[in-house]
Ligand binder design. Structure first.
Ligand code: GUN
Length: 311
């Protein structure tokens, strides 16, 4: 039977390790602060932002929401980000993606001060990751590394295949696995022989955003499979095809009119060494790592105040 890599367990371990650090900051009269910026009305983003704010409340992290309307201009967004950069009680600025199409997201992400860039998306932090320097790491791949550590999954010397080359997940994931001494291949929509590349892997990370894309012919039976996908299915035909014979999922769909599926086809999970479920896997870790980066940023604020920081 494959091991289920349980996101809740790892999330709880991460959050438990943050509580004493937050208490120590409070003793020094610092409350970590996170500003969340959500532009426009995107239902999925609204749910993510609600969860992020709730995580702050649960931990005693100060948070504030900024909700520019969908017609916000790049200049207005830049003004907001710059004002948040200047506010000492804000340790982290999170700009929820995607932004409205007419807003220049590169310019916005570059405007976030690298020391408040708790998403790790600023080119300076991307460069820090690439060169192995300290800096904020993107939350989803950082959470996956915690997951692999928690379950003592060996990485050094292993073959890892990352499917997907986004700046948010695929590229930083590959870099983190490389720093942990894996032999890393990045695959994408133009890769020739994708299934064959994946079959050679000891660790497969699927981050392509296509429901049930990774099928059993992609995966060798000893592989660890990490599923980053969060795809919401709304049509009965796809649900019946992907979850054939899974009465519970079919009943869920009948009741709610929607079900969540990862990038990995459920049939893969019968035949691999370990896997992350969807929901209940990687998704929970993204928010936990956002909290972790925010606490780290507040600790750096304290270190600067005490004159013991190098940043
Ligand atoms: N949209 C999808 N994933 C993310 C994420 O990790 N951070 C932000 N800011 N937006 C996202």
């Amino acid at each position: 039977m494959p091991t289920i890599l349980d996101g809740k367990q790892v999330r709880d371990a991460i959050l438990a390790s943050l509580r004493p650090r937050i208490a120590a900051l409070e003793e020094a009269e610092i409350t970590p602060g996170l500003a969340v910026v959500l532009a426009g009305a995107n239902p999925a983003s609204e749910i993510y932002v609600r969860h992020k704010v709730k995580a702050c409340v649960d931990l005693g992290i100060y948070s504030e929401k900024h909700l520019p309307t969908v017609d916000v201009t790049t200049e207005e967004m830049l003004f907001l980000i710059r004002s948040l950069n200047d506010q000492p009680h804000i340790d982290g600025i999170l700009v929820q993606l995607p932004l409205p199409d007419h807003v220049d997201d590169r310019e916005i992400l570059m405007a976030v001060h690298p020391l408040k860039d708790v998403d790790g998306f600023h080119p300076m932090n991307a460069g820090n990751l690439m060169t192995g320097l300290p800096g904020f790491r993107p939350c989803t791949p950082a959470g996956i590394m915690r997951m692999l550590e928690h379950y003592k999954i060996p990485i050094a010397g292993k073959r890892a295949v990352v499917i997907g080359r986004s700046n948010i997940v695929g590229k930083p994931m590959a870099m983190m696995l490389l720093h942990a001494n894996a032999t890393v291949t990045i695959c994408h929509s133009k890769t020739v022989g994708l299934a064959e590349e994946c079959r050679r892997a000891d660790i497969v990370v699927a981050a392509i955003g296509r429901p049930g894309f990774v099928t059993p012919d992609f995966v060798n039976p000893g592989a660890v499979v990490i599923d980053v996908g969060m795809n919401r299915l709304h049509d009965r035909e796809s649900v019946a095809r992907i979850f054939e014979g899974n009465e519970k999922k079919l009943a869920d769909f009948a009741a709610k009119g929607t079900v969540l599926v990862g990038d990995v086809h459920p049939a893969v999970f019968r035949d691999c060494a370990a896997y992350t479920p969807v929901p209940g896997g990687v998704g929970l870790l993204t928010i936990a790592m956002l909290m972790s980066n925010t606490v780290e940023s507040a600790e750096l604020r304290l270190a600067r105040r005490r004159g013991t920081s190098i940043s």
